[in-house]
Design a protein. Structure first.
Lengths: 337, 337, 337, 337
């Protein structure tokens, strides 16, 4: 029975905690730490049978019984806590992104080089049943050689302006998932990126130095073309689709909804909206990613999403941001760190 | 160039006239006859280059240049004019039903036995692209041996009470198309029919001696089961679907609409309603059925829907009506005429 | 914390056990009993932390700490164990059907009249997200007054001939779920039933005295018509659909599949098959039904599916069986017990 | 009755001829001219009742009875014949593109400035029922302010290498339709274009100096972003889709197919492929565009697609080509002519 500590018991920390207690046979949550502990979190922990509740995450790292930690605290703490945890010999599951600063991600990777711990980054969409179906179809050769990948990724509602200011920009905060998806689905690295973006939803987002709408084109090293379209607000909910078009055909996935119910009446033929947001859409994916993290530890196999994957997605995001502001295609090799 | 006369230039007569002038190379409309000729019809005829316009259909039958007639007049005139036309040596396309009275249909068939003219009944749905796809899949063996056929057939709006009174009842007026479709899709005769029906839309329909909603179960001679559900009124328009389920799978067809447009918004994901009614849905089928009628004459091949088909559909309708009122399954062999 | 015993730890007993341990906060499995205990079941129980494992269910009924039992043993034991459990003051969740013999169901209901225990019957489909969407749309008035209900219910593969012989016949074994669904969706009782059936899949089923394919028409007390089509074998998997057509429109639900992936290639545009069978399709429904059972106990509210519901579904099944063999519509009021 | 001459009686010239004879009441084809007249074309003309058949198009322009000409000859002849026809006082319907050379299109526009003839360019997709539905939804405000437009446009099979060499490049030959669609659907001009492309289908296309796969991003003057993805070859047929995403929702259109038939079997749930290519998909659009051209003449109203529209689409194509080869976003205002 692996003993796990959760560092940062906010929304996503609790999601992982629930997943482990429900679905993961060979692990249990021993302790949680949250700098902003509140009664709700204490209550939640008790209901899960977690009795070690700290404000200081170091308590978890110092506990010799702890095998692994889940780093779910604020983004700026991801890389320093990662390094501390690795040094403490704990396996690490770290929420994305590892850091906005590429050199600090590099330090995490360097630290991993000196250690034997497992490290996984929280690119949950790789564990989504729909995107896995796309991947499986591509790998099975059902569409032949990929030529064009299209990803649509739109949030139902924009984050707060306060969050926007510390988010690292839309490409590092939101599109980063899509950048990882491009690498995952095409099994190739990005060579060059061109980003067109604008502020079409809320001027305040622009005033905070960010954009809210974008189209990003990526040229892959293997010649495939990819395109991502993003919006921070979608009237019909979370829109998460992908299509891979290849020499023998295309595989596409649509959104999920609560049921297959369709009402036909004088107004038309109406099905349900997509599931509202990431917690609804990716609940099963969150469960699967932590299950696979624990499995990688137990079986001593590579984690399915490693620190290098975490680095690459940020790297593409940095290049995309540069492209946006310089209004030109940017080669990944231009980004130095 | 075959010369054709149209007897009864109402809505459906004009549809066939348009089809011949647009799509049928080797035929032209020479004359029309309508007992209730009005200015619109005269105008329409002129615009099509038809200059022989009569109130008396006998003028058409007496014209030695006429090769074929389309009988599109009221139902009660179908069988007598059919017999006169056959005797006059004219090929006949007759709208459904040939007659509500089975013995009079028998007379038409007898008359055809003494003649060499072609005779086709207007079961237009056999020429619909969707139902033909179902038929083709079944014939090609794609679903194996058929086990269950389901037909949904619902009109957008009920006919006038005046029409209901002379319609012969819903089964002979509306369901007759579905009865023909059952025989066409399953390539087997009906052995027994059970009809459950009610008045759920408009009491006036009940007072006129008819029903407006029904479920009809049919046992086929080859053992397959079929079920039809009917409604005289559908809030979302004309609902015309079929599914054949067999040992290797199922083939199903849905409705057509004006476009594939789907609008996603806060209310859901909404596609268009089905095409409104038979003129919209079956326009291409109407064109194809008269084209095939003319082709059968020109090539001296059997017509695709013959008088026996016309008889069988009415026979099933009579048995269904008997079943409804006696509330028991009725064998087709019970119906004597 | 309610303490629950499982009587009959076969496939469905284990499903309920898993559900309670994963999803039901205020209940735990204390003991299981299975007349045919094997090592797999012992292992499974241990993995769930269940340490009281019996071959004799009476051990569970005699345990004063047990609050509720789940009766998941063979059908012939449902009603006698129900009565014993009620007398022992245990709340009962009983798999369907309560009994094939109506008078024995009546005895269970009589026993309940003398007791205060909760009793729920395992009509799991009422808890399916798709069928609940249909129910919600109907209750919310979105389709107006219901006129026609259509249910398609087809199993992927026929049961063994040994099972067929003790199943009580297809209507009491398989269609019983659909009969309950008719009552649930239309909120009305059945007045009359007509069943047409045949042996189209496997002669051995016929030799065992049963049928494998059927169409059942039901007239409801409120005038609505319903139709069910059943098959014991479907090449494309479990087919579980329903449509309610009403004065203002229609609500329909389709099957679920593993993902929304669609592959377009030279062969067409291909989506996934439906989920294979009941364990896949109804997993979430099974979890919800036991959750609601426990909630009904804790909150002292009526169970969502009671013994009367269990009686009615069998009653319709008995009438349908009579209809099939007498080849005539049978009124529910004809069935005496 | 307008008298029309067809210049260039190849595939598309005959399509327009058929449309006029079938659907356009107030026009007739009086003459055709084709520099490469063959027996098939002569036969076709006779079957349509066209008796004036020339190899020299000047014969048509010199005929004082001719009101309008359809220029369907090779692309290099479009602008010179346009100018001659305008000078001869004939209304002109010209296939796309008017010319690959912007200055020659400018000459056509100048010539039109001195004349009163109507001029329409053959952007047939504006008349497609699906794209019109998108346009109508946008104009009706159903999706609010547009933010992102996505167009997928893929041909089923690549043209011959001989054709590729004289095509003007994929952007002027194929994407030109999509550029026009962007302007049509968004009702705004393009400000800047960025094109990423590659040779992923056939090296010979690359050797002929062209590409076969592309993603083109467009920034509109009103701030909306648009993206087009193109492929010269699609294993599942002609893929012609569009989505407009806006502040209140999204409207999307899918492909059409021959029927709605869906076959469910052990391999999945399979619908039909899209209609094969432009002649199948756009047949109704071709009929509508010439009908509207004739209507514009008869009613003396503006044509729905004018020479300026023809110029803009080529302009975007030239900018896209420049972007591709210089690998940078190109402003439309950079293109001088």
């Amino acid at each position: 029975m692996l003993k796990v500590g959760i560092i940062g018991a906010g929304r996503i920390g609790k999601v992982h905690g629930e997943s482990i207690s429900k679905y993961v046979k060979n692990a249990e949550i021993k302790s949680i730490a949250d700098a902003y502990l509140n009664d709700d979190t204490r209550e939640w922990a008790k209901s899960k049978g977690i009795h070690e509740i700290y404000t200081d995450y170091k308590k978890i790292l110092e506990d010799p019984e702890i095998d692994a930690v889940l780093i779910c605290s604020s983004t700026d703490t991801h890389s320093p806590i990662s390094i501390e945890a690795i040094r403490a010999g704990k396996h690490v599951f770290c929420e994305k992104p590892i850091d906005h600063d590429l050199s600090r991600i590099k330090e995490v990777i360097n630290e991993l080089g000196k250690s034997k711990v497992k490290y996984q980054v929280g690119f949950n969409r790789r564990f989504d049943h729909n995107f896995m179906s796309v991947k499986n179809a591509v790998v099975a050769g059902k569409i032949g050689e990929p030529r064009i990948l299209k990803i649509t990724s739109r949030d139902p509602e924009a984050p707060s302006i306060d969050y926007v200011k510390v988010s690292g920009g839309m490409f590092l905060d939101m599109t980063i998932h899509d950048f990882d998806m491009v690498r995952y689905l095409l099994d190739s690295e990005v060579e060059e990126v061109y980003a067109a973006g604008g502020v079409l939803i809320d001027k305040a987002i622009g005033e905070a130095g960010d954009i809210d709408t974008a189209i990003i084109t990526l040229k892959m090293k293997n010649g495939t073309l990819a395109v991502i379209d993003n919006s921070r607000q979608s009237a019909y909910g979370y829109d998460q689709r992908a299509e891979v078009f290849g020499s023998l055909g295309q595989v596409a996935v649509a959104n999920d909804s609560t049921s297959t119910a369709v009402i036909s009446n004088g107004a038309g033929v109406t099905g349900e909206k997509p599931l509202f947001f990431f917690l609804e859409r990716y609940m099963r994916a969150y469960a699967l990613e932590v299950t696979e993290f624990i499995d990688a530890i137990v079986n001593n196999t590579p984690t399915p999403v490693n620190a290098e994957d975490g680095l690459q997605a940020v790297l593409i995001g940095v290049a995309a941001t540069k492209s946006l502001y310089e209004n030109r295609p940017v080669k990944i090799s231009e980004i130095k760190f």
